[in-house]
Design a protein around this ligand. Sequence first.
Ligand code: PEP
Ligand code: CO
Length: 446
Amino acid sequence: MSTDWSIESWKTLTANQQPVYDDRQELNEVLAALRIMPPLVTSWEVDKLKQQIARAQTGDAWVLQGGDCAESFDDCDAESIASKLKVLLQMSLVLVYGSGKPIVRIGRIAGQYAKPRSSSTEERDGQQLPSYRGDLINRAPFTGDHRRANPQLLLRGYERSAVTLNFIRALSYGGFADLHHPENWNLIFAGADKPGPYKQVVDSLGDALRFIETISPQPNPELQRVDFYTSHEALHLDYEQALTRESVRRTGWYNLGTHFPWIGERTRQLTGAHVEMMRGIQNPVGVKIGPAAQTEEVVALIRRLNPDNAPGKVTLIHRLGNERIREALPPIIRAVQASGSPVLWSCDPMHGNTVTAGSGHKTRHFGEVLGELSAAFEVHRDCGSQLGGVHLELTGENVTECVGGSSGLTEDDLTTAYNTHCDPRLNYEQAMEIAFAIAQQIEPRA
Ligand code: PEP
Ligand code: CO
């Protein structure tokens, strides 16, 4: 770690997208309370994930990252957590089967509570209030009281992250992830029961699971539990700092509020506070790369975050949009290749493809999402690189937020179940369909 970094060095730099608190003393009391709370994850889990990302960088594993755009305190319930875990586990099963590679599962979960906003205020009927910045900061209803940045919400967010993670750990180490429980792995969605490529894969997967059941009817720890990691946008730097601790048994500082923090498109300035905070920690970190990114800027970011070229440290999550990816991605790939620094390339096919429907709902067209993803595979292949992961906004429920897919959702359906607190998410069927499409495109292991 460089000697000019400290846990507070970010404070000397510009931190974009930070809430303004009217009571600094209350904020400081909350942060002091957070600093002595137990960590949510451990440094050895973080190191293990970093090793797995390093394997994905060399093409020996693949990373599936997904979850809500913004988690909400109200949705912190058993059913919604279990359904998110279930869709990610099922997608990973399809990916393992299709690619023959280990799949690293990372949820946007247990802490994805802070959102960057394009404007710090919102106006309705002539009234101007602070924008909603996620449940960690303020609340969505349009009243002065709800929109006030409330420091107590940092504690509520930490607690909900803890209970969410507790339930995820119980499910993924207990029976839920057990391959002997077919009800959790049953792939029931449109197209899966009609003759065609999905049915073929689903039937073969069913045969494989029955085969496992026959040859290994006794509980087998390898088949009963799965590794599942957490991630969120490391946006609120006071909160991130409070959960970043110096390791007792290992060397260095770890963000123990999540396994995999990422820096968003709006806060990845080279000399900004977010990059400063992330460059000093041992966690693997993600950086979103949007269409405005310059090649030199991307290379400089990698150098700053990972001056020693440590394997597993940096994941570049490009989110360029289906329209622009073919033109924008190749120069970035070439510049990074020339830098010689190892990165994991992940594609976020959501954030460059957001449009407003006639009804005013923010939506995404399934065809555009799939289009960007397929283009990403192709562009990487053409440049002698490999796409090693995907970053999706999805939910396990049957929401109607993105249009298209084999169930044929149209803009008229958007009002039926538009439940997101921020960006539109793929629903269960759309997410499974994406998993099948990815499985067909992942490069086989060399
Ligand atoms: C997000 O992932 O929800 C997000 C805001 O993405 P980006 O930083 O890429 O715009
Ligand atoms: Co989003």
